[in-house]
Unconditional design. Structure first.
Length: 333
């Protein structure tokens, strides 16, 4: 089977040279194991951090070893009592076209209630992140103003829609006119700002948020966040979800210090890593699937076809190639 390994560690923006394709022989499955065929592979911004040799909440990828990530797969052979051939499963699995997995490392998904790939997005890690960050840290109240950066991505597009369901005014920030138009015309955002063509983001926020900002869901960090945080209200909240604008930096960036604003406005800013909130998953999944079923929560995916697209798909996150969740499909057609 083919696999993709980390060939070298990137300095700054990663390139295709950091990856290498290999062919390997898979062992026979043993008791308690299954053979899987990969169907949908998730690429996520946090994987950039794992390409560095640095201790973090997720361990670094090892050189010359396959990268791993969220994968939806089909069971093709089984020596496990928990799985039968044909089952669809989700797990954190190696970037291999086929792989052997232990039954304890995968769980079954129900591909009849939603497309299987949704379990990597709105009904998976990124949907949970949106729900938990907004509802449990942001705590939106009807009539409040919510700003979300990275708004057209997997997390952001869900955050904005949940905020609308909660009765908020929602402003999205994203990197193209196509994305901002889609957010307002298809996803119910009240306004959207293209940060790449807006010379003064702070001014644009002042205009879009005449009553100030009550919640800033931060997916990107950097200068966009500096601009939004300067316009936050008394007792406002900042779920600190991601800092993608900084992930390729080779030195610590410095910007205006926001602490005086947090202090004088009594702002709550809380970082969170979704995997540390497993106790909230069942409630979150219940709400997300209910809203999807009712048509209140729409989802968007950018699907690249072919296992060999995985490196490009991952790199594409950093140049904004995706709208909604970026997924690689190994399914024919
Ligand atoms: P996205 O689907 O949002 O993809 C990344 C997007 O980020 C791109 O499409 C691009 O859109 C935008 N982007 C890339 N570079 C920059 C930049 N320099 N400045 C501003 N925007 C940029 O990814 P996810 O929805 O999966 O993740 C969004 C954020 O949430 C990431 O920071 C990620 O690390 C974080 N995250 C955190 C989790 C947690 O547990 N805390 C869990 C999951 C994700 P554009 O065209 O708009 O630039």
């Amino acid at each position: 089977t083919r696999q993709i390994v980390l060939a070298s560690r990137p300095i700054g923006v990663p390139t295709k040279d950091n990856f290498r394709f290999e062919s390997i022989e898979l062992p026979q499955i043993k008791e308690g194991e299954v053979m899987l065929q990969g169907l949908y592979y998730s690429v996520d911004p946090y994987m950039r951090g794992r390409m560095n040799d640095a201790k973090s909440y997720a361990p670094p990828f090892q050189l010359n070893e396959p990268l791993t990530g969220g994968v939806i797969a089909r069971v093709t052979e089984t020596k496990s009592d928990s799985f039968t051939t044909g089952d669809y499963v989700l797990g954190s699995l190696p970037w291999r076209e086929n792989c052997v997995a232990n039954q304890k490392d995968i769980h079954q998904i129900d591909a009849t209630i939603a497309p299987a790939s949704y379990y990597l997005g709105v009904l998976g890690m990124t949907g949970l992140t949106a729900y938990i960050g907004l509802m449990h840290i942001g705590k939106p109240k009807s009539g409040e103003t919510v700003v979300v950066s990275g708004a057209a991505g997997a997390v952001g597009i869900v955050v904005g829609q949940i905020a609308k369901i909660q009765g908020c005014r929602v402003i999205g920030i994203a990197g193209s006119d196509k994305k901002t138009k889609m957010l307002t015309e298809e996803f119910g955002f009240d306004q959207a700002i293209n940060y790449k063509t807006t010379p003064d983001i702070e001014k644009a926020i002042i205009e879009a948020c005449p009553d100030g900002v009550d919640i800033y869901f931060d997916n990107v960090g950097g200068t966009i966040s500096d601009a939004v945080i300067s316009q936050m209200n008394l007792h406002s909240r900042i779920p600190l979800c991601g800092q993608i604008a900084l992930y390729n930096d080779t030195a610590n960036s410095s910007g205006p210090r926001v602490q005086p604003i947090l202090l004088t406005k009594s702002i709550l800013m809380q970082g969170f890593i979704v995997s540390n909130y497993q106790n909230l998953f069942p409630d979150a999944i219940q709400h997300l699937s209910q809203w999807v079923k009712e048509g209140k929560l729409k989802f968007k995916e950018t699907i690249m076809h072919g296992f060999e697209q995985l490196p490009d798909a991952l790199l594409g996150l950093f140049s904004g190639e995706n709208i909604g969740k970026m997924v690689v499909s190994a399914v024919e057609g």
